[in-house]
Each structure stands twice: as C-alpha cells, then as structure tokens.
Design a protein around this ligand. Structure first.
Ligand SMILES: Cc1cc2nc3c(=O)[nH]c(=O)nc-3n(C[C@H](O)[C@H](O)[C@H](O)COP(=O)(O)O)c2cc1C
Ligand code: SF4
Ligand code: SF4
Length: 291
C-alpha cells in the first residue's frame, strides 16, 4: 500500500500526528505534504490511500483546508482518512469534518479521528499535561493505523445539533480574515522577517524592516508562536495567546515527567476523552493478545 498525507499544521501539533501515522503505517507513507494557501494536490499521484490532517479552529477546519480539499475532490477517488487535533476532546470537535466529508463524497472515507494536543490558543498546557497528550496520541495512532491497514471503516455518527453549532461557528472564517489586519508587532520586533516567510496565507509582508499584517489570516498563530522576540500581538484575542512553541521533543524525553496522569489528576474537561481512549487501548491490547 502507498499513502500520501496532506497536512496543515499552524504550530506543529497536527504535523506531529502525521509523522506518527507515517511511522505506524510501516513504510506505506511515501510523502507528507505540508499545505499552505497555494498547495495543489500531487495530480493523481501513485497512492492507494490519502490522509488529511488539520487543527480544529472553532469546531471547524481552518478555511485553507476547505480550499485545498475542493482541489483534491477533482482527483481520482480512493480510500481516505481524516484526522484532526484540538486542545480538548469535546465531541463537538468531531463535527469539524462534516463539510470535508461532503466535498469528498466520491471518496471512500475510512476513518475520522480526533487527537488532543496542547492548546495553541486560550491557555498554555503544562509540560506534564503535554506529555500525557503525546503518550495517548502515539498509542491511539498505533491502533488507528492498524485499523486503516485492515480496511476497517470507522466514521463519526450523524450529529445534527453539533453539526448545526459547528456551521454557526464558521463565522470564525471571515472573522479571522478581517482580524488579521489588527495584528501588530511591538517594539521588541527585530525585523528578522521570519513571520512573513512562515505565514501559510502570505498575509504578512515586510515593509521598511517591519511586518505589516493583511486580511486573509486564518489565525493559525504560527507567526506569534514562532516569533523569536515574542513581539506579535494577535489583536482582540491577545489575552488568549500562547507564548512560544511547546518543546515537544524535550517534553517526550524528560525523565521527570510521567507518561500519563491518573484520571483524578486530569482537569474535568479531559476525563471523558481519556476514559474512551483507555477503553480503546484495552480492547486493542486484548485483541492483540488473541491475534
Ligand atoms: C483560532 C483557534 C481556534 C481553536 N479552536 C479550537 C476548538 O474549537 N477546539 C479545540 O479542541 N481546539 C481549538 N484550538 C486549539 C488547536 O486546535 C490545537 O492547539 C491544535 O492542536 C493546534 O494544531 P497545530 O499546531 O497543528 O496548528 C484552536 C486554536 C486556534 C488558534
Ligand atoms: S518574527 Fe517577530 S521579530 Fe521577526 S519580523 Fe516578525 S514580528 Fe519581528
Ligand atoms: S498572519 Fe500569522 S496567524 Fe495569520 S495566517 Fe499568517 S501566520 Fe497564521
């Protein structure tokens, strides 16, 4: 089997999940393509399966992902899996793939999966919580990759009320695009230009050594998180800004952190997601023993 994964990742979390799929699909993944505004699918590339990954923004995919998937929908249909990451495990996040499923209705959608990863907006998770998230993500991807190799279909159930709420929250798309104009760089900006080079929407230009922010932003937070001078204010949402990237490699190797927290040590919001994850892991390990 040959597989191509198309992934959008503002701050690296979803890319990390894509890398984990590549590892667990045991050599089947021939390319992981990081998409931006101008990416086009590798026309009818020699792949038996396609993966699509994105971060959930306001219970929807970032608009860039919708545009990309419209281009992909003209390709030869084939088996496809969708994965998304979010800072929490609410099932409302599952509604985010609704429109993608509709656009890709000619394709055989094998699975839709949500992985909890550290928030890049709202608040910063502790390193210990990030380690817990990474441990579960690795374990769940192992299970989900096995299901893909066995051709098992596992899609989200129909959830009309959640879908309706997610449709209403698409207001985030025009909002992000407009609010990009209100982002600005403060006095600590050194004019290095990294933000402009890394913006996936080309919504930042450098003028007289200063970044200028334009419409078209998708609020991925890549520019503000990766700014070496932490100089970027993200407008009205600045109070929710998470400063600086999570050092996930270091967090994963840190011997002072536990792989996973007990249910009682988790914030309430996360308990249901990890209870369900524990069930999936236990069932996989039991079946694996029988195999
Ligand atoms: C504008 C914005 C909206 C977000 N909305 C949600 C959300 O609705 N649900 C959620 O679980 N996480 C939400 N998050 C958190 C991200 O989805 C999460 O941190 C994700 O793993 C980031 O992935 P990335 O590093 O690949 O961009 C939001 C983040 C941003 C920047
Ligand atoms: S990345 Fe930061 S320091 Fe560099 S130009 Fe952008 S705002 Fe200024
Ligand atoms: S301006 Fe910043 S937040 Fe907006 S799309 Fe570009 S990198 Fe992402």
């Amino acid at each position: 089997m040959k597989c191509i994964i198309y992934v959008f990742s503002g701050t690296g979390n979803t890319r990390r999940v894509a890398d984990e799929y590549a590892r667990r699909l045991e050599g089947s993944v021939t390319a992981i393509i990081d998409i931006d505004r101008d990416t086009v699918p590798m026309h009818d590339a020699d792949a038996d399966m396609i993966g699509i990954g994105y971060p959930v923004h306001a219970f929807n995919p970032p608009h860039l992902m919708i545009s990309f998937v419209r281009k992909l929908s003209n390709e030869t249909p084939r088996p496809l899996f969708i994965f998304h990451t979010g800072g929490e495990g609410l099932h409302l996040n599952d509604s985010s793939s609704l429109q993608l499923r509709h656009i890709l209705r000619r394709f055989d959608i094998l699975s839709e999966r949500h992985y909890v990863m550290p928030y890049n907006m709202i608040f910063r998770h502790s390193d210990q919580m990030a380690r817990h998230m990474l441990w579960y993500m690795g374990k769940l991807v192992e299970i989900h990759a096995r299901s893909l190799m066995e051709g098992i279909h596992e899609r989200y159930p129909h959830m009309p009320l959640r879908h309706l709420l997610s449709i209403i929250l698409r207001i985030e798309w025009p909002y992000s695009s407009m609010q990009g104009k209100h982002m600005k760089a403060g006095g600590s900006c050194t004019g290095c230009g990294l933000c402009a080079r890394r913006c996936p929407m080309q919504a930042i230009t450098m003028e007289d050594g200063r970044p200028i922010f334009h419409t078209g932003c998708i609020l991925c937070t890549r520019c503000s998180m990766s700014c070496p001078a932490d100089a970027i204010s993200i407008g009205l949402l600045d109070g929710w800004k998470v400063n600086g990237p999570y050092p996930l490699d270091e967090i994963e190797r840190n011997p002072g952190l536990k792989d996973r927290l007990a249910a009682t040590e988790l914030p309430r919001l996360y308990r249901k997601y990890y209870r369900e994850a524990d069930k999936a892991i236990m069932s996989y390990e039991t079946t694996d023993c029988v195999r």
